[in-house]
Ligand binder design. Structure first.
Ligand SMILES: N[C@H](CCC[C@H](N)C(=O)O)C(=O)O
Length: 356
């Protein structure tokens, strides 16, 4: 079941609308990319302009709700003292999804999320995602806690799982659209009953066309070249050091180097870090150390950040397959509409109830 999902990270007001496309096989999101520079102060006192990509998804969605979903489904159970959830994953980047549509308060606290995400003493996941009531006129809101309890702005694999979760909860069939507010902006999935995904581009205000690529960042005594982008959440993409641009990602000790990037003083909100190997201009391989989650098997926003950074560094074409430890994602940064498309799976793993 291949699902592609969108990254939406409008720079500015949430007034723009974006659409995502979901089908039983493929969700395609279209996201215009604009560049904006952030000023970061490096330890050496040298400020670098660090581009932050803003992406706002705009396409439409087709979902085939599960045939057997019924009104008395498991998800309708409401015993007090328990949280009912559905475990989903997108390429092994796995999440506990909670129906939180009846309250604006997450039913699971950040501390409880840490416990639930524990792979030995809990359910086990990279994060907890809530389908919550909409705000400012949107149908739903997505909130997410990482497995360390921190709350990121956005999650690419997670939004694909959430869209499928909502379709099941609402028993969607036929043409249908709904809006999801996220910490990085709006996604408006539109279900097409003809199975087509139409793309409604979102117009983001032009940003300063400044961007700095392959900047030097000293980490752990080595001078890395990094391109930093925002998908609503922060990403630091590296293809290697000033000494060697031929990174062999499988040889990296991510548990050692990952936290040194994540907690580097130039990243006041911490960062997700993608380490990338280029097989060809259309085939990249990455490993990711996620902010607040550590090494994960996949990172949707990270894969998008990697392709945009690779294009800017002249290393890749605009359509690439990105191999992650959990599997491949197809990413396209469209020259035509400046959108980024991401295609990959989102799967239900199991249903469960947990006492809190
Ligand atoms: N840990 C990330 C959020 C999840 C992003 C990733 N799982 C994705 O699929 O985009 C952060 O703190 O920004």
């Amino acid at each position: 079941m291949a699902i592609a999902a969108a990254i939406t990270a409008p720079l500015t007001t949430p007034s723009h609308r974006s659409l995502s496309s979901i089908s039983a096989n493929t969700i395609r999101f279209a996201s215009p990319v604009t560049l904006q520079s952030n000023n970061l102060k490096f330890a050496a006192g040298r400020a670098i302009q660090c581009p932050s990509f803003r992406i706002s998804a705009a396409s439409s969605m087709r979902i085939e709700a599960p045939e057997n979903s019924s009104s008395d489904s498991f998800l309708d159970r409401k015993e007090s003292g328990f949280v009912h959830f559905v475990k989903y994953h997108g390429l092994g980047n796995d999440f506990i999804l909670v129906d939180n549509r009846d309250t604006t308060e997450p039913k699971v606290s950040p501390d409880q999320a840490v416990k639930l995400c524990d792979r030995n003493f809990g359910i086990g996941a990279d994060g907890v995602i809530f389908a919550m009531p909409g705000v400012n006129g949107t149908d739903y809101t997505m909130r997410i806690f990482n497995s360390d309890g921190s709350e990121p702005e956005m999650c690419g694999n997670g939004i694909r799982c959430l869209a499928k979760f909502i379709a099941e909860l609402e028993n969607f069939h036929g043409k249908k659209s709904f809006t999801i507010h996220t910490g990085a902006g709006l996604i408006v999935p539109e279900i097409q009953d003809d199975g087509k995904a139409s793309d409604v581009p979102t117009k983001l205000p032009p940003n300063r066309d400044q961007s700095v690529v392959k900047s030097r960042l000293d980490v752990d005594g080595r001078a890395w070249n990094v391109t930093c982008v925002s998908m609503g959440n922060p990403h630091c993409v590296t293809f290697g050091t000033e000494q060697s641009q031929d990174l062999q990602v499988d040889e990296l000790n991510l548990a050692d180097i990952g936290p040194k990037f994540e907690h580097h003083e130039v990243f006041p909100a911490r960062t997700n870090t993608e380490f990338v190997q280029v097989f060809s201009p259309t085939h990249l391989k990455m490993r990711v150390w996620e902010r607040g989650a550590g090494e994960t098997l996949a990172c949707g926003t990270g894969a998008c950040a990697v392709v945009v950074a690779a294009v800017l560094e002249g290393r890749a074409a605009r359509s690439c397959t990105v191999d992650l430890p959990g599997g491949p994602l197809d990413i396209e940064w469209s020259e035509k509409d400046n959108h980024v498309y991401m295609t990959g799976p989102a799967e239900v793993v199991f249903y469960g109830s947990v006492p809190l």
